[in-house]
Design a protein around this ligand. Structure first.
Ligand code: DX5
Ligand code: ZN
Length: 215
């Protein structure tokens, strides 16, 4: 049976107490920590970056699932790898050409990390079929990247079965944006096996209950 990988997004966590927030979701059964990196160019928001990944690496053994919402991702792969990321996911839309995508995947792999590719709501799945056998994870955004707490866009989830049809069996299919127990269930039934969830977990009173409800 395929296990669902739960990756709480610390974007909605208490930034003044990140270590406790990570320990709390770890104790609640989370598998990964989803780290949203935004540059104010690719998306209209600025969040956290390399030094935060480095500090989190000191306090957790959980997989650091790094979601780069930045332009020129290739310029920062080395720094995130050295900071301790385990997975680096970058955006299809941040790349100028197919070659740019292949090269960025290779850079990530050369550091021994898992490579992820993400698509925004307007990007059709056929655009990324060529890359599916080169990556470890595809991230289907179910909101417009940039902010936590937005409403799930159902149409985006319909990309999941199309991707699954064209993907190697071991590809991790992650969704991100507006995930809660109901939308998570829809995504899982369509073939997703990893859920990134920010506000649903971190704005809840009971992290354990929230994480369990996504499984
Ligand atoms: C949005 C980020 C998400 C965000 C999700 O651009 O990529 O990871 O934290 O937040 P929720 O789960 O609140 O929609
Ligand atoms: Zn994210």
């Amino acid at each position: 049976m395929n296990k669902t990988i739960i990756s709480p997004s610390i974007l909605s966590a208490d930034f003044a107490n990140l270590e406790q927030e990570i320990t709390a979701v770890q104790n609640a059964g989370a598998n990964w920590i989803h780290i949203d990196v935004m540059d104010g160019h690719f998306v209209p928001n600025i969040t956290i970056g390399i030094p935060v990944v480095k500090s989190l690496r000191q306090v957790t053994d959980l997989t650091l699932d790094t979601h780069l919402m930045i332009e020129n991702p290739e310029k920062y792969i080395k720094a995130f790898a050295e900071a301790g990321s385990d997975i680096i996911t970058f955006h299809y839309e941040a790349c100028k050409s197919n070659q740019h995508i292949y090269d960025t995947i290779s850079m990530i792999k050369d550091f021994g990390l898992k490579a992820g590719l993400s698509i925004k709501p307007a990007t059709t799945p056929d655009k990324i079929y060529d890359f599916l056998d080169k990556i470890d994870l595809i991230l289907v955004m179910t909101v417009e990247p940039g902010f936590g707490g937005q409403e799930f866009i159902h149409e985006c989830a319909l990309k999941i079965p199309k991707i699954k049809e064209n993907a190697p069996q071991n590809l991790i299919i992650q969704v991100d944006g507006g995930i809660n127990n109901l939308t998570g269930k829809i995504c899982k039934s369509l073939g997703a096996n990893s859920l990134a969830a920010g506000s649903y977990i971190y704005k809840s009173k009971d992290y354990q209950k929230a994480v369990s409800s996504l499984l």
